[in-house]
Design a binder for this molecule. Structure first.
Ligand SMILES: C[S@@+](CC[C@H](N)C(=O)[O-])C[C@H]1O[C@@H](n2cnc3c(N)ncnc32)[C@H](O)[C@@H]1O
Length: 489
């Protein structure tokens, strides 16, 4: 791939923080395809391409978890690729590569990919790059492969464009990226405070200023100050994909694909307005909900998908956060048993077949509803995790490497970021399975003596003497890691 200097990426000036993108895991994409009647290639041995992979924060942890799969990332920004290649070398990986280049010039030499991930790129790249992304998907996706592409959508983004317009106008003279972000934050706050309570403009700016105050500088740079940010009507994206021989499969989560779950208050009206066309249902769902973002899945047009249904769940693995589970379990004993099994295992997964064997076939529709309501996620590969009782705790190797870098988060085995606290940052790199809890307590003592940790970094533990308190601190840390999917089995 050539590196055309005229298409140099603005991220070279301020690198993007590359993180795991949970939904893009091939085992989750395969499960979504499976629910719609398509047997996508096995995730364990898949060949995966990520377009706009940044520094590999998404594919590098996957390469560690799936040593028989192969991952290739392409990114325009040389700075991203350099950072990512350093991580690959440090982790000693041979099944993941990162290449610097423009997707417009891509030539994969006849290679095919079972999964193509393109997150946070399509709307934010010029039209020739958008066409190239669809062409690469059409040309290199294997027969039953799945492409996952995210993008901004209208009409929801018309509202956000009010804010983007303010931001672009205010920073049109340029300047260092961080100063631009600070300037637009201050301006939006000022407009929000000064605008009338009674008009829609003030309401939009107030809501957006409040939302943006919680978002990082990279978000403001990438969405509001980016040179390109082209939202689409979903119908246009489906039509452009169709021109390349790709078919729309649905959204990356079941909930977003079904108006009854995604927009329950509006579902009846959406269906009545849209009629029988599934594409019109998608389009009107965006109009009724004001959704701003989509994560759409595509296959080759020849793949014949079915409407999603409960039966394919039987060969999948399910993970359900106890906090997200429905509270009506008590009234339905079979379902209560299922919730108990899922809660006991969480955050590890349970095979749906095991749940059905234990509680009966009748729980299948209820499990499907949990998935469709976004209360559980499904995967073709089980999620196995270490438990809090490990005598020599093993923080999985990507998290150990992440903790040692100084970044504020680590990637867990559910492929999600977990915020680092000072204790985990200090002891995490030592939790390699070789050290006993007593040795971790000694390391904690040493860290307190050296000033690397202070008393305020420790949890409040009322009972016991100093030694007990440190041992309890290590126990709590290990339990925290287990709860957050950070311990290797
Ligand atoms: C917002 S970041 C998203 C990174 C990553 N996919 C994620 O979601 O975390 C967009 C990335 O796409 C890359 N990119 C933009 N245009 C590209 C192009 N034409 N070819 C390859 N990469 C591109 C940028 O360098 C940047 O790393």
């Amino acid at each position: 791939m050539s590196s055309n200097p005229s298409r140099r990426d603005p991220y070279d000036a301020l690198p993007y923080v590359s993180m795991p993108i949970t939904y893009s895991q091939p085992a989750l994409l395969a499960a979504q395809a499976h629910l719609r009647g398509i047997d996508a290639p096995p995730a364990e041995t898949a060949s995966v391409l990520e377009i706009g992979a940044a520094s590999g924060g998404n594919i590098i942890p996957l390469a560690v978890r799936y040593p028989r799969a192969h991952f290739h990332g392409v990114d325009l920004a040389a700075a991203h690729v350099e950072i990512g290649r350093r991580s690959i070398t440090e982790l000693g990986l041979s099944n993941v590569t990162l290449e610097q280049g423009d997707i417009v010039d891509a030539d994969f030499g006849g290679r095919h990919f079972d999964y193509i991930i393109c997150h946070g790129v399509f709307s934010w790249a010029p039209p020739e790059a958008q066409r190239a992304i669809l062409k690469v998907c059409a040309d290199t996706l294997s027969d039953k492969g799945i492409a996952a592409i995210s993008y901004n959508v209208f009409p929801g983004w018309h509202v956000r464009n009010v804010i983007r317009d303010i931001c672009l106008e205010h920073t049109r003279k340029g300047g260092p990226p961080r100063s631009q972000v600070a300037a637009v934050r201050a301006l939006l706050k000022g407009i929000a405070e000064a605008s009338s309570d009674n008009d829609p403009y003030g309401a939009i700016v107030r809501a957006e200023a409040a939302r943006l105050s919680a978002r990082p500088a990279s978000y403001i740079l990438g969405e509001l100050l980016a040179v390109y940010n082209q939202p689409f009507h979903i119908r246009e994206v489906i039509s452009q994909a169709g021109d390349h021989g790709l078919a729309y499969l649905g959204e990356a989560d079941l909930m977003s694909s079904v108006p009854e779950y995604f927009a329950p208050m509006a579902a009846q009206r959406i269906r009545a307005t849209a009629g029988s066309s599934p594409i019109a249902v998608e389009q009107y769902a965006d109009m009724f909900s004001g959704r701003t973002f989509r994560r759409s899945l595509f296959t080759h047009a020849e793949c014949r998908a079915q409407p999603p249904s409960p039966t394919p769940l039987l060969s999948l693995h399910i993970t359900a956060n106890p906090r997200a589970q429905a509270t009506d379990a008590a009234v339905e004993p079979a379902l209560a048993a299922v919730h108990e099994m899922l809660t006991k295992q969480y955050p590890a997964s349970v095979a749906v077949a095991d749940l059905v064997a234990a509680a009966g076939q009748a729980v299948l529709p209820a499990l499907y509803e949990m998935v469709a309501r976004g209360r559980a996620s499904v995967s073709t590969v089980p999620v196995a995790l270490g438990l809090a009782d490990q005598s020599r705790p093993v923080l999985w190797r990507v998290a150990r490497a992440d903790a040692a870098t100084g970044q504020p988060w680590v990637t867990n085995l559910l492929h999600a970021p977990v915020l680092l606290n000072p204790l985990l940052r200090a002891l995490g790199p030592l939790m390699d399975g070789a050290k006993t809890r007593d040795q971790l307590v000694s390391a904690l003592e040493a860290a307190l003596r050296s000033g690397a940790l202070s008393e305020t970094d420790l949890p409040r533990i009322e009972n016991g003497g100093a030694a007990n308190r440190l041992a309890s601190t290590v126990d709590r840390l290990v339990a925290h890691c287990a709860r957050n999917g950070l311990l290797a089995p």
